[in-house]
Design a protein around this ligand. Structure first.
Ligand SMILES: [Fe+2]
Length: 245
């Protein structure tokens, strides 16, 4: 029994935790111009959770249910989705520059008119019966993913007088472990609403803010079919980088 315990402890000692985020690269939990943060920001100092076996080795789940149309949001219904067709592609890397293969990337977004397919979105813009606005894909061996979708519209959100969100696509990634989970938003270059958006502005570091803006890439476009944007995503890497064997 004691031997088992010792073996477990030895294995635990080999666990290399994930690097903590640089605070300036993350949105402030309290940013008054973003009104919802006033209600939900923690009032007590944060407690750092140790990265133990469960945070570092999970989640483990089956990947069999993902189909081809899950990553083509324009072909999930009998008719064509309305709007400007786009390809969004990039790589998921860790902050040691290594690809994160076979990881789940999920997206959700408003339609071309800026309306979500959701009960609580009732702003006066049309729904598109051929566009749900949700997709998912697994990264390949090189950490690459690729979605075909519709460029989302800006939408009003009542945070303050005349508040509009810049066009964006929500991203969720599990990465290789719970400790690397990332939920973020991708924006489009040159959006005039950046300066007025407290969600975008709640990230203190300018470089981190810019990293959320995709880049237009003519090489990704498909002639006569779709424009192309590149968006690379960096997840936490391990604190100690093991040498390659
Ligand atoms: Fe949104």
């Amino acid at each position: 029994m004691q031997t088992d315990q010792k073996a477990i402890e030895q294995r635990m000692n080999k666990i290399v935790p994930y690097r903590r985020h640089d605070a300036a690269s993350q949105p402030s939990s309290l940013y008054e111009p973003y009104r919802a943060t006033v209600r939900r920001a923690p009032r007590q100092p944060l407690v750092l959770l140790p990265h133990t076996l469960s945070e570092i080795t999970g989640p483990v789940y089956g990947h069999n249910d993902i189909t081809e149309t899950d990553s083509d949001l324009t072909r999930q219904h009998p008719g064509e989705a309305l709007g400007e067709r786009i390809i969004v592609t990039g790589r998921v890397l860790d902050d040691n520059g290594r690809p994160v293969p076979r990881t789940l990337v999920e997206i959700w977004q408003a339609n071309a008119a800026g309306r979500y397919f959701h009960d609580r979105d009732n702003h006066p813009a049309p729904l598109d019966p051929n566009f749900t606005g949700a997709g998912r894909i697994l990264t390949d061996e090189n950490g690459a993913y690729r979605f075909t979708t519709i460029k989302p519209g800006a939408y009003p959100w009542k945070n303050h007088d005349n508040a509009w969100r810049p066009a964006h696509i929500h991203f969720s990634l599990f990465g290789p472990a719970f400790a690397t989970r990332l939920v973020t938003q991708m924006y489009f270059p040159g959006d005039p609403l950046f300066a007025f958006d407290p969600i975008f502005q709640s990230i203190p570091d300018e470089r981190a803010r810019q990293s959320l803006i995709s880049s237009f890439d003519l090489a990704i476009t498909r002639p006569e079919w779709a424009l192309g944007y590149q968006f690379n995503i960096i997840l936490r890497g391990r604190e100690a980088t093991p040498f390659e064997t």
